[in-house]
Design a protein. Structure first.
Ligand SMILES: C[S@@+](CC[C@H](N)C(=O)[O-])C[C@H]1O[C@@H](n2cnc3c(N)ncnc32)[C@H](O)[C@@H]1O
Length: 325
């Protein structure tokens, strides 16, 4: 039992934290060796044993810790507090930076658009028409009314990446989530901040700017399950606009591949444009069309067609060549 947990933490250290967060890499390798930590994790349900959840919960209880021995002490001395957070909360990282990759597709869709996000967390990715963008050789400032307030999302791009010239014309938007977070609640905002990895100050800064913009114009969020409740939300969208349904870093939480595939079939059979930005294991049937496999990246697809590999936090675009896509 604890062997599986240890392997999961080693995988996390090697595939996710390495090169991104030396602190989490060190702590994850420590957890994988620590009988104290492994014993603690084995008392939790399997879907509450994730590294991101454990590390954010420890930060919630004890603040930033980078030393393995201190981490071990928190798990030993404050186990019940950490476990309570891990049972009550889930990993709901809301990364507005992902809009920098989404916009390359959204800006090409004929508007007006009704935008629906499944797995929206606090809805920060539902505001792509509010943020500014810096793709290196091409920039798009925020609309004048958000200038100076909205974050500027930076993203490295490869040759062939489309250059959005204008924000999409979004006339209606809504998000669906099992547990929508509320940007007007301090506890939810604190949890969003604790989910940002410790060294990622730039991500924390842009999260704070995005939250402050969202507090002024919060997108509508509905509690529900994407595998059941999406048709009812689509039915609410006003007519005479292109319906776009998207998700980023979400379908991996639908553990059953058959349910993911049923969702994909429903999307392909619907009239909506379907944008998916997920790790390549989520829809292997589509990822196979992308050529070279990138375990460390997300795959951005429109209607099941892979178009580009993307950095998991929206920091990078590696556009597929015409022969790959
Ligand atoms: C990692 S967060 C990603 C949030 C946002 N899409 C982003 O990229 O910033 C995943 C979100 O998906 C939600 N989620 C997971 N499974 C879901 C389901 N079956 N139906 C609706 N939401 C779900 C979680 O509650 C969480 O808020």
């Amino acid at each position: 039992m604890t062997r599986h947990i240890a392997e999961r933490y080693i995988r996390f250290a090697q595939l996710e934290a390495a090169g991104q967060s030396p602190i989490y890499e060190r702590l994850a390798l420590h957890v994988a060796r620590s009988q104290n930590c492994l014993g603690f994790l084995s008392t939790l349900p399997a879907d509450r044993q994730q590294p991101n959840l454990l590390f954010a919960a420890v930060r919630h209880v004890a603040g930033n810790i980078s030393c393995p021995e201190a981490f071990d002490r928190v798990i030993r001395d404050r186990a019940e507090e950490v476990a309570t957070v891990m049972r009550r909360r889930t990993t709901q990282t809301n990364e507005p930076g992902r809009c920098a990759v989404l916009l390359t597709l959204l800006a090409q869709i004929t508007g007006p658009i009704t935008l629906i996000e499944v797995g929206a967390s606090a809805g920060l990715c539902l505001l792509p028409d509010v943020y500014g963008y810096d793709w290196g050789d091409h920039k798009l400032p925020p609309p004048p009314e958000f200038e100076g307030r909205a974050p500027i999302l930076q993203c490295n791009t490869s040759p062939g990446t489309p250059r959005p010239m204008a924000h999409p014309d979004i006339i209606w938007r809504a998000g669906l989530d099992l547990n929508p977070l509320d940007v007007s609640r301090d506890a939810d905002v604190a949890w969003l901040e604790q989910l940002v990895w410790p060294e990622h100050q730039l991500r924390l800064d842009r999260l704070r700017s995005a939250v402050s913009v969202a507090q002024c114009c919060p997108p509508r969020l509905v509690a529900g399950d994407l595998t059941q409740d999406l048709p009812a939300l689509i039915a609410e969208a006003p007519p005479n606009a292109t319906v776009v349904v998207f998700h980023t870093a979400v379908l991996t939480y639908v553990a059953d591949q058959q349910r993911r595939d049923a969702f994909a079939r429903n999307m392909l059979e619907s009239d909506a444009i379907w944008i998916s930005n997920e790790g390549p294991r989520v829809f292997p049937q589509f990822a196979a069309r992308a050529g070279q496999y990138r375990e460390d990246m997300f795959l951005l697809m429109q209607n099941g067609q892979p178009l580009t590999w993307t950095g998991p936090h929206g920091q990078q675009i590696a556009w597929l060549s015409a022969t790959q896509a």
